[in-house]
Design a protein around this ligand. Structure first.
Ligand code: ZN
Ligand code: ZN
Length: 238
């Protein structure tokens, strides 16, 4: 956190350097990013991503959409609009936040976005099948996504039973765990551990971690078997 004097913000452990949360999902033929954070540009440069087939959005909060403008680099090299998948609520905010990308006359160089509406039905992007899962972020419905044996849930503090059923059977589940103390719209560490247990997954990774959770190494030492903290750059095979 900017200007924070705490030991986590001053840690020299690379795993304590936390950018805003997103993931890249890839099959042999298709590559998707879930959420374009304010750090999207740097994340793409760091991971040397030279081709991206689509962007998928979980919800319209700024820390998950702010980097969308930077998809224009992909437009430039692919010479086509970027397919963006979002529900109607998120699309409305995207159009409001990036109005210049949706006007009839667009200046050259603005991001070219092709919007696709997600409902709750499974859908395909390339050869990747995606099952939307609705979770609650206080009062905001947020989408999680299941890709085969891998499920990604961020920004939740409650999951209804019917949606838990869609997650069960995943081999790897990512859940958000913001901090130790309770929070109004995010699972805290204890709630995330309990949810991983309820979902009966063999491997859970926690993301959307704030500096208030503590240092990576200290928290890892306390976690039950099968649960780990994710960190920037972590790669998983499902
Ligand atoms: Zn701090
Ligand atoms: Zn968030």
């Amino acid at each position: 956190m900017i200007a924070c004097p705490c030991p986590v913000c001053h840690s020299t452990d690379k795993k304590d350097k936390r950018l805003r949360s997103s993931i890249l999902v890839e099959s042999p033929t298709t590559r998707i990013v879930v959420d374009t954070t304010p750090d999207f540009r740097y994340q793409m440069l760091r991971e040397r991503v030279s081709k991206l087939d689509a962007v998928l959005f979980t919800h319209p909060h700024k820390d998950h959409i702010a980097g969308l403008d930077d998809i224009r680099a992909f437009n430039f090299f692919s010479r086509k609009p970027m397919p963006v998948f979002a529900n109607e609520m998120t699309q409305e905010v995207i159009i409001r936040e990036f109005p210049y990308a949706f006007t009839d006359f667009r200046y050259p160089g603005v991001p070219e976005i092709q919007l696709n509406t997600i409902a709750m039905d499974p859908f395909m992007i390339g050869d990747i099948r995606i099952i939307p899962i609705q979770v609650w972020h206080l009062k905001m419905p947020v989408l999680g996504f299941r890709f085969g044996q891998f499920t990604y849930i961020t920004d939740a503090n409650r999951i209804e039973e019917s949606e838990k059923q869609k997650i069960r059977g995943s081999r790897i589940v990512v859940l958000n765990a913001l901090r130790i103390e309770k929070h109004i719209s995010h699972f805290n560490l204890e709630e995330a551990i309990a949810m991983a247990g309820e979902l009966g997954v063999s491997a859970a990774y926690f993301t959307h971690i704030s500096h208030q959770l503590g240092k990576h190494a200290d928290v890892m030492a306390e976690l039950p078997e099968g649960i780990e903290l994710a960190y920037d750059g972590l790669t998983l095979k499902a």
